[in-house]
Design a binder for this molecule. Structure first.
Ligand code: TRP
Ligand code: SF4
Length: 355
């Protein structure tokens, strides 16, 4: 059977994005990319690098934006996103997102944005200037979820694969769509309400046992070389009650075992459970087996990544082509939006528009 290269009209549309904050880690992979790669087989997919969203917090130092975009694209291509199946693009190369964001800003009550839980949380976590944090009392930061709404609605997306932390943003997107459709009714509705597609992400601990996250410095990167992976796992926390080699351990409270559940075969998991609870194996041995599993999972990803690393121009070309496709699709929606709002179209003469 030949693989479908072109999406069919009745295919549902999927859209998601990632901020370019550097190389992706195993948590990003299992939490998002792994699912995206599977979604692209069955849906018309748009995946984009949200460089404007990165600026909402990192506006003071923008020196790494281009490098980070390339790094994310390399991880995506390595993980198996295929430009023949998915439209892969850069947000700032599709300025229509900004146009729709601006129009949304006219109709969105401030209270809706102030109420989004991530707004106050993030301000508390990283927005304390006195404590060396960033000044997040900006217009752009408040508008973060509204820009996200524009990202989603401009493709008239049906589904948005996201983690639990983004559900409130998709909910706001639905409210904005509803308000827009109310003010500017059309048949069929111009901005259908998208669904959040909650990705069934397994709990993925970092080397310190907390959730794997760049801000904790406990990550294992997708592109990490084998010795780095092995070294990081060596320092990973285990069942704290297992102090001596002769103490039996409890895999059910050990973060190393949580990773075994994702990256090791059921035989290996069984072997670990046996050996750990009877003190027949040591943690070093156990972590070695885990490293084997992770290295094996990442090998094809890293091999593909390396091939693209050697031709960065090709990667930028993929993003340029994807962005051109995205612009065409986004333009289609913007024409409907301008019509519904009785705004003059850009391409046709305003004089021809009914006053
Ligand atoms: N806010 C998302 C995140 O931090 C990134 C993002 C921006 C996004 N625009 C989007 C995700 C649109 C889904 C759809 O992960
Ligand atoms: Fe954890 Fe493995 Fe050590 Fe048991 S043997 S405590 S599962 S690292």
């Amino acid at each position: 059977m030949t693989k479908p290269m072109q999406s069919t009209p009745q295919q549902k549309r999927v859209l998601s994005g990632m901020r370019p904050t550097g190389k992706l880690h195993l948590g990003n992979y299992m939490g998002a990319l792994y699912n995206w790669v599977r979604l692209q087989r069955d849906y018309e997919c748009y995946f984009f690098i949200a460089d404007w969203h990165a600026l909402t917090t990192d506006y003071a130092d923008t020196s790494c934006v281009k490098k980070n975009i390339l790094d994310v694209a390399l991880d995506w291509l390595g993980a198996g996103l295929e430009p023949e199946r998915s439209t892969l693009f850069v947000q700032s190369w599709v300025p229509q997102h900004a146009e729709l964001h601006l129009l949304f800003s006219m109709i969105t009550p401030l209270g809706w944005l102030e109420r989004v839980p991530s707004y106050k949380e993030q301000q508390q976590q990283i927005g304390d200037v006195a404590a060396g944090g960033k000044d997040l009392s900006t217009y752009g930061f408040l508008g973060y979820p509204l820009l996200q709404s524009a990202d989603i609605l401009i493709y008239q997306a049906d589904m948005v694969p996201v983690g639990q932390d983004q559900v409130a943003h998709v909910e706001l997107t639905r409210e904005v769509a509803r308000r827009f459709n109310n003010f500017y009714p059309a048949e069929p509705l111009i901005l259908p309400e998208p669904q959040a597609l909650l990705t069934p992400a397994p709990k993925l601990p970092g080397t310190d046992g907390r959730k794997m996250s760049k801000s904790y410095g406990n990550t294992i990167e997708l592109a990490a070389p084998e010795p780095v992976i092995r070294q990081k796992l060596k320092t990973m926390v285990t069942d704290p009650a297992r102090i001596r080699r002769s103490d039996p351990g409890n895999p059910d409270i050990c973060p190393v075992f949580d990773l075994h559940k994702i990256f090791s075969s059921s035989e290996t998991q069984q072997k670990v459970r046996e050996g750990c609870t009877t003190a027949a194996i040591g943690c070093i041995e156990c972590k070695g087996w885990l490293a084997d599993g992770i290295v094996a999972e990442l090998a094809p990803i890293q091999e593909r990544r390396r091939a693209f690393e050697n031709s960065p121009d090709h990667v930028w070309e993929i993003l340029r082509e994807g962005s051109a496709k995205a612009r065409t699709r986004a333009d289609q929606t913007m024409q409907q939006v301008r019509d519904a709002m009785h705004l003059p179209q850009i391409e046709t003469s305003p004089a021809g528009a009914a006053l």
